[in-house]
Design a binder for this molecule. Structure first.
Ligand code: FAD
Length: 535
């Protein structure tokens, strides 16, 4: 009987971090098992189908598809032909609506000349504000080495060297905000500038063909094609250890699985508090991890399926309120109060990949920053819905159906206690070398995902999803000892633990050379997760 001892690595969670890491390990010839608690793959970067529409749960755009971490991942795995990104503005550029102007702004293929497009937005600024914002932007572009020196001050403080307090500073300070999920006065200036510099030098933003779920689906198939397994509906309750070394995992139903290497894609705080526990960790490490701050903002989303096409652009972002006060908008959110005006983005993925909506119809994905917690989400969702109607007039009249998602849905897709959209915040003293490492004090236990990365490069604005993959590269580059040859490990598994192989047999997925036949266990196989379109 094949036992769990045959796995060289168990990965907890099939978000992009977990799947990218598992795929990299599988490409090294390691036999990997991925255990995912949800009945779909991809976590916050996943999609589902409804009435012929494919709707993203979270991620809708990946930046730096030509030179960023995803491009590297795809090349490393040889997936160029299978995972394709479509430039988000192949036909029409994105639109920005701000201060009463609606301008096309090709941010996916940005060149510095496009800054001129912002002139109509800025014309009401004072001369001092104009000069100051020009200087700040020029400094960012001209001095690539500057960012790292500014990691530990906030972006607004850095901007204050060039610009007086006021709408122009709020506007420049806001450029990276929705994407980092923290206000300009909280965000690390070094990270904000690195992200903007990345964007200036490699402005290739794309959308995955087939929808955001295509990334997870492709990686999962790669893993199974390389002898691994990906299991859904398989929640892990505990990482098991012995003498400071990882020994495997225990699932919520009590099943134990053994492996010498365990990788957690659950956020670092939950991994340490829920899967390990303070007693098994050095006290200073545990407290340091629990002291990291998550992003202070989350997201409310309203999805509107339209019976007809209303917009040609791939997205429209900004605010329909010409007099919106951006700083006040963030302050309201941070205080848990509903702002008076909408500011956010309406994505139209079916304008990028027409296969995502029935012919002649359209799906609008409206999104607005929100607090992480609220007693009543309805007013937030109502504001988001009104914002969509204002930016895309007629949307509500032509709606076939409307879905409203709150930060609780974000937490449901990530499995985290926190409802933050983007994991640990990029705050001063919490970036680059000060971010948690992929390695942990427990031998054989690693953490990947958008929280970790240690000295990894910045999240490539506005994409945090690619960062999730960085942990995989870091782990792959470590020399991790291989376990004894297959079969040897089995002998060390106690009889009681061997009972878990019943579980194991009932959950194996498709397509692996070593898979026992799949039983009728309660987990869903990869094939089923993919077939239902819920990956
Ligand atoms: C609304 C929204 C919009 C976003 N837009 C963008 C965007 O446009 N571009 C971009 O790049 N990024 C975007 N992001 C961020 C991006 O989605 C995330 O940074 C990225 O997907 C995180 O990947 P991850 O692997 O770190 O974690 P997750 O996606 O959270 O994956 C963790 C996985 O672990 C599983 N899991 C948790 N606990 C257990 C357990 N005990 N047992 C088994 N499995 C478990 C979860 O179910 C989940 O599948 C957005 C996020 C949100 C919420």
């Amino acid at each position: 009987m094949e036992t769990n001892g045959d796995y060289e690595a168990i990965v907890i969670g099939a978000g992009l971090g977990g799947l990218a890491c598992a795929a990299l390990l599988a490409s090294d010839g390691r036999r990997v098992l991925v255990l995912e608690r949800n009945d779909y793959l991809g976590g916050r970067c996943s999609a589902y189908e409804r009435d012929g529409f494919t709707a993203d749960r979270g991620t809708h755009m990946i930046t730096r598809i030509e030179g960023g971490p995803y491009a590297k991942l795809i090349r490393r795995l040889g997936l160029e032909g299978e995972l394709r990104f479509i430039c988000i503005e192949s036909d029409d550029p994105p639109l920005i609506e701000f201060r009463g102007c609606r301008i096309p702004f090709p941010f996916a293929q940005w060149t510095r000349l496009h800054a001129l497009a912002l002139v109509p937005v800025c014309w009401r600024f004072s001369a001092r504000e104009m000069v100051g914002s020009g200087l700040a932007m020029a400094r960012m572009i001209a001095d690539p080495g500057m960012a790292k020196r500014l990691d530990n001050i906030d972006f607004d403080t850095w901007l204050s060297r060039y610009m007086p307090e006021g709408p122009a500073r709020d506007l420049v300070g806001s450029l990276p905000v929705p994407l980092f999920g923290v206000a300009p006065w909280e965000l690390s200036a070094g990270m904000a500038i690195t992200a903007l510099q990345d964007w200036f030098t490699d402005a290739s933003s794309g959308y995955p063909e087939g929808g955001s779920g295509a990334i997870a689906g492709t990686l999962a198939h790669f893993i199974s094609d390389h002898g691994g397994n990906v299991e859904t509906s398989a929640p892990v309750e505990r990482v098991t250890t012995y003498g400071g070394h990882v020994t495997g995992v225990r699932l919520e139903d009590g099943t134990r699985l053994r492996a010498p290497l365990v990788v957690s894609n659950l956020g670092i705080k939950d991994t340490m508090s829920r899967l390990i526990g303070a007693r098994r960790l050095p006290g200073d490490y545990y407290h340091k991890v629990q002291g990291y701050r998550e992003t202070s903002m989350s997201t409310v989303q309203v999805k509107v399926a339209l019976s007809r096409r209303l917009l040609d652009a791939p997205c429209v972002m900004g605010s329909p309120d010409a007099g919106i006060d951006l700083a006040a908008f963030y302050r309201y959110i941070l205080a848990g109060r509903v702002p008076s005006s909408f500011m956010g983005i309406v994505n139209v993925p079916s304008n990028i990949d027409p296969a995502l909506a029935p012919d002649g119809q359209q799906l609008l994905l409206g999104m607005m920053l929100s607090p992480c917690e609220a007693e009543d989400w309805e007013p937030w969702l109502d504001l988001c819905e009104r914002g969509i109607e204002d930016l895309v007039p007629g949307a509500l009249q032509h709606a076939l159906w409307i879905e409203r998602l709150t930060p609780l849905d974000v937490a449901a897709s990530s499995g985290r206690t926190s409802t933050a959209s983007l994991g640990l915040a990029q705050l001063p003293h919490q970036v680059r070398k000060d971010r948690p490492s992929v390695a942990t004090p427990i031998e054989g236990l690693y953490c990947v995902g958008d929280d970790t990365g240690g000295t990894a490069p910045a999240p490539n604005w506005p994409s945090t999803a690619p960062c999730a993959a960085i942990g995989g590269f870091k782990l792959q580059s470590r020399s991790i000892p291989r376990p004894p040859a297959s079969g040897t490990a089995t002998t060390s598994v106690s009889k009681r633990k061997c009972e878990s192989s019943v579980f194991y047999e009932s959950r194996v997925s498709i397509g692996t050379a070593h898979s026992p036949s799949s039983g009728g266990g309660k987990s869903r196989s990869l094939e089923a997760a993919c077939r239902s379109g819920s990956f």
